[in-house]
Design a protein around this ligand. Structure first.
Ligand code: ATP
Ligand code: MG
Length: 371
């Protein structure tokens, strides 16, 4: 018997294609963001991106052909490369969203880096600064509404520890599991976050946060250079670049010579003292914060905790910071402390931890946000 096309549709079993899921780990940094993604069925990472957290809006009256494809908005490295023609906006400040409109644009850009079909459900674990308040979380939720389907916010230092954890060594007697008992110190651009790891998601009392971080060091160095050499002109960008190349703590003999412009002419200046003073101020600050957090740890856990102090974030790359912190802790009477530094690949650790957390998350833990 011949069926009409309608009855054929009614009689044939409806084959539902299972909805695909993509898991995302995101470190939304003040300075730089890291994005990792993969399928829930495998631990492989299919998408890996590190993008400066910056949006550039085309300046008014820009001529045709100056920006690629006459773009009105560029992101990350593309924006920095063409900064002369753009109004640059950083969506985050101090680790939190400071400009919701550009944060939404940036979030959409991140989404565009994920090559998936429209039917795929995207579940993202997003790192939040230690002690992010409800308003900060709400701003994040709004920024990612319409971008991801489900989100889960987890403190960044915890994700850094999870990212660093070597699961293959968990049974080893001599393996110091960073998630079980450690002190994480994450020195970013906008915030320095310290967090005690005690084997569970950190509580507010396990964390301290401060806005004295990379951007504040730049400001500190810039102010002291201008105090010393009032006639010179120096941008914060140049200060930051100088700091990243020459940062150090506690070595007064280092020389740092840079070219600066004075009344249109370039001259050389030694700014070692100013760079060192900015970095030393950070060292003193993190020592104070570390002391206050160690005092909150369970006394029985302290000896092992002191063996597992980890510096991470861009600020941890300051030359000599780990050794200097360890020395100051010893001078302060702490028994046998051991400070390690995550190293130059720190940037992916939070996102890596976020992706691991996404794999482990139970269905009920995800928050649904409208797409
Ligand atoms: N070698 C270096 N020496 C000193 N500071 C550095 C070095 N490399 C990077 N930084 C600084 O580290 C900061 C960026 O760190 P990071 O990438 O961890 O920040 P973020 O995660 O984007 O910010 P946040 O965590 O505050 O949101 C910047 O201030 C940068 O100048
Ligand atoms: Mg960070």
């Amino acid at each position: 018997m011949k069926h009409s096309s309608n009855s054929a549709l009614l009689e044939e079993p409806v084959v539902q294609t299972a909805k695909e899921t993509l898991l995302v780990g995101l470190d939304l940094g003040t300075n730089t963001s890291a994005l990792l993604a993969g399928s829930p069925k495998s631990s492989d990472i299919s998408i890996r991106e590190t993008i400066p957290s910056i949006v550039g809006y085309a300046k008014d009256g820009i001529l045709d052909g100056v920006l690629p494809g006459n773009a009105t908005m560029l992101f990350g490295h593309d924006a920095l490369k063409r900064k002369l023609y753009l109004n640059l906006v950083r969506p985050l400040k101090g680790g939190n969203i400071a400009d919701l409109a550009s944060a939404r644009h940036f979030a959409r850009h991140l989404r565009s880096r994920l090559t998936v079909n429209g039917n795929t459900e995207i579940r993202a674990v997003i790192g939040v600064p230690a002690k992010a308040d409800p308003a900060a979380r709400e701003a994040l939720r709004q920024a990612f509404t319409g971008v991801f389907d489900k989100v889960l916010f987890i403190p960044e230092p915890f994700l850094a520890a999870l990212g660093m954890r070597d699961e293959s060594r968990l049974g080893d007697a001599d393996y110091a599991d960073p998630v079980r008992n450690a002190l994480f110190i994450d020195i970013g651009g906008g915030s320095t976050d310290l967090c005690l790891m005690r084997g569970y998601y950190p509580l507010p009392e396990d964390q301290v946060s401060s806005t004295f971080a990379g951007d504040a060091i730049d400001q500190h160095i810039s102010t002291s250079i201008l105090q010393m050499y009032p006639d010179c002109q120096i941008s914060l960008h140049k200060v930051c670049e100088t700091k990243e190349r020459h940062s150090f703590v506690m070595s007064p003999e280092t020389q740092v010579t840079i070219d600066l412009v004075v009344a249109g002419r370039t001259r050389q200046f030694d700014v070692a003292e100013q760079v060192g003073a900015g970095c030393d101020a950070l060292l003193k600050h993190i020592l104070d914060l570390a002391r206050s957090l160690i005092a909150r740890a369970d006394p029985d856990a302290v000896p092992e905790l002191l063996q597992n102090i980890v510096l991470t974030g861009g600020g941890s790359l300051i030359r000599g910071l780990g050794v200097a912190l360890q020395t100051l802790l010893i001078e302060d009477g702490y028994e046998n402390p051991k400070v390690s530094v995550m190293g130059p690949n720190y940037k992916e650790q939070v996102a890596r931890g976020a992706l691991k957390a996404a794999h482990q998350a139970k269905d009920r833990q995800w928050q649904t946000i409208l797409r």
